[in-house]
Design a protein around this ligand. Structure first.
Ligand SMILES: N[C@@H](CCC(=O)N[C@@H](CS)C(=O)NCC(=O)O)C(=O)O
Length: 205
C-alpha cells in the first residue's frame, strides 16, 4: 500500500508509525497537498494528507478512519486500538486529545505560514497555542501517572502512545516558543523513549 504525505504532517506521521507497528509492507509518496495537489486530488476529494491507497486502488482518507481500517486488517493481538470497553475508551480519549493538540498547533502555525505578516491575528494564534498547552498538559499528567507504563494502561503500545508522542514532537518543532519539552517533562521523557524506537525513527519528521 501507499501512504501519501510527508512526515512533517503529524497526521501522516501517526499513520506511518502505526503502519510500522502493525507490520504492513508500505511505501511513501512524500508530497505536499499544498505544493503538489493533483496526485492527492486523484484519491482524496478533500485534497489532504494522509491519504492511503491500498494495493487494489481503494483510497482511505482522514487519519482516524485510516487507522480504524488498518486495525481492522490485522489480528487482534496486533491492533493499536483495543476492541472495546474501558481500554478502548482510554485509548480513544488520549488519541483525541493528541489529535486535537496537533490540529491546534497546525492552526497556530498556518496563521503565520499562509498570511502576510500584517494579516496575522495574534489573539487567534495565542488562542490556539493555549489549546496546544492544554492538550499537552493533560497528556503530561497522564505520562506522570503512567510512570514506566504505556499511557492508556495497555500492556503494549497503543494508538494513544503513538499519537501523544507525535503530538509533542510536532508542537516542539512548529511552536518552539512554547518550550513544550521543558514545560511538559513527563510527556517529553515518554516521547523520547518512543522516538528512539525504529518504528518512530524510520518515520522522522
Ligand atoms: N483531520 C485530518 C487532518 C489532515 C490535515 O490537516 N492534513 C494537512 C497536512 S498537516 C493537509 O493536508 N492540509 C492541506 C489542506 O488542508 O489544504 C486527518 O486527521 O487526517
Amino acid at each position: 500500500m501507499k501512504l501519501i504525505g510527508g512526515f512533517g504532517s503529524p497526521f501522516v506521521r501517526r499513520v506511518a508509525v502505526s503502519l510500522n507497528f502493525l507490520g504492513f509492507d508500505w511505501e511513501q509518496e512524500a508530497i505536499s497537498a499544498f505544493d503538489n495537489p493533483e496526485p492527492v486530488k486523484k484519491h482524496n476529494p478533500l485534497v489532504r494528507v494522509p491519504t492511503v491507497v491500498l494495493d487494489d486502488g481503494e483510497a482511505l482518507v482522514e487519519s482516524y478512519a485510516i487507522l480504524d481500517a488498518l486495525d481492522d486488517m490485522v489480528d487482534d493481538a496486533k491492533q493499536l486500538i483495543p476492541a472495546g470497553g474501558v481500554p478502548r475508551r482510554r485509548v480513544m480519549q488520549l488519541s483525541a486529545v493528541s489529535t486535537g493538540t496537533m490540529d491546534k498547533a497546525v492552526w497556530a502555525y498556518y496563521e503565520g505560514r499562509f498570511h502576510p505578516a500584517e494579516k496575522v491575528h495574534e489573539p487567534w494564534v495565542e488562542h490556539n497555542d493555549g489549546q496546544v498547552m492544554g492538550g499537552l498538559g493533560y497528556l503530561d499528567a497522564c505520562a506522570k501517572k503512567a510512570g514506566d507504563n504505556w499511557l492508556a494502561g495497555t500492556d503494549r503500545i497503543s494508538q494513544a502512545d503513538i499519537s501523544a508522542t507525535v503530538a509533542i514532537t510536532f508542537a516542539n518543532r512548529v511552536r518552539p516558543k512554547l518550550e513544550v519539552m521543558e514545560k511538559f517533562p513527563h510527556l517529553a521523557a515518554f516521547a523520547a523513549r518512543c522516538e528512539a524506537m525504529d518504528e518512530f525513527s524510520s518515520a522522522a519528521p
